[in-house]
Design a protein around this ligand. Sequence first.
Ligand code: SF4
Length: 439
Amino acid sequence: MEAVVSYTTQMDAARQGIVTPEMEIVAAKENMGVEKLRELIAKGQVIIPANKNHQALSPNGIGSALKTKINVNLGTSRDCVDLDMEMEKVNEAVAMGAEAIMDLSSFGDTQKFRRKLTAECPATIGTVPIYDAVVYYHKPLKDITTEEWLSIVEMHAKDGVDFLTIHCGINKSTAKRFKDAKRLTNIVSRGGSIIFAWMEMTGKENPFYENYDWVLDICRKYDVTISLGDACRPGCIEDASDISQIEELVTLGELTKRAWEKDVQVMIEGPGHMPLNQIQANMEIQKTICKGAPFYVLGPLVTDIAPGYDHITSAIGGAVAATYGASFLCYVTPAEHLRLPDLNDVKEGIIAAKIAAHAADIAKGIPGASDWDKKMSTARKKLDWEEMFDLAIDPEKARRYRESARPEKEDTCSMCGNFCAVKNMNRILDGEIVSIFDE
Ligand code: SF4
């Protein structure tokens, strides 16, 4: 007779020595032995966000020993309440390689869209219940009660959300530190600013911090991963690594330990805006304080001066962060700081984040990561344009660019024409005459 296996979360299973079906799938995706993966999950260094009620999920692992994953923020808003159109964006994002979708819906029937996502979408789904509470209760912020904040967490967990961003780190003590220390751009986290405002207006403690054990019990019941939100992430390079950010990180480290005591999977959210030279140190500090829990970075944007190009400022920071320990990159689109992203912005943001993630995977030596590059370089050496398009991270753009400026000689491109170094080297090494000018 087969033994009955019983566990609550993936972390609980891993600690009991149980290999779950989700672990098998992730191990295969990562080309990693399942026993090694199980050990990393048991230690909290890898998470598999997999809510028991997310029926359509194709699980992914997140951790610095694994391939770097990316998240795409989508969801309904006052300007876009068409659920089918939003679902189309979700499907495109998944087809382009996004492993996770954060549903940041802020208008209309948010539960309907959330349930549609967990019923149909194979990506890891995350939400921020704090935003949703404001939409759901439809009343002034200060009138939302502690019980109401908490019941939204349970609602999202029941709906099958795999990870919940909860800003528990901004408690009365960190809020005081933030007010005393003064910053150039205050609090730029949406959830953080909401909960800080509520605390200021009511004089009460952060309900998620005060009732953290209750939150953990809900997470344990449904196997929801808690994503510890960073209310005090720096919103400009001037505020990077300041006392508010570090004070909150220390609190997040304590909350990580408490979650692990209940077998709840955790990741930590991180900066933000940050100069390039501070990123490595921040990754090391996070790893030390949070004992290697996966780090989910929102950028970091390495300069503040590029609105319209913040997919680039964040990809630079994201590549460095992931090289030194971050395991999950939140995409940033060119529309950041300017407007709600349109479809093209979403696409550019995903491509930029995928490049950053891949660059980091090469740098940190993820097995097989550079095989893709080798294939591309081989096709380039052969001047095999069709093969190059097939391998390109954005095949449509690569093809469109070449078509827009056809070369005189088909086997070159319009960049150098007869001076094509690749073509000329192939020929000279094959013993042919290369004259260039009269060809
Ligand atoms: S023409 Fe220049 S840019 Fe184009 S393939 Fe040849 S060497 Fe590369």
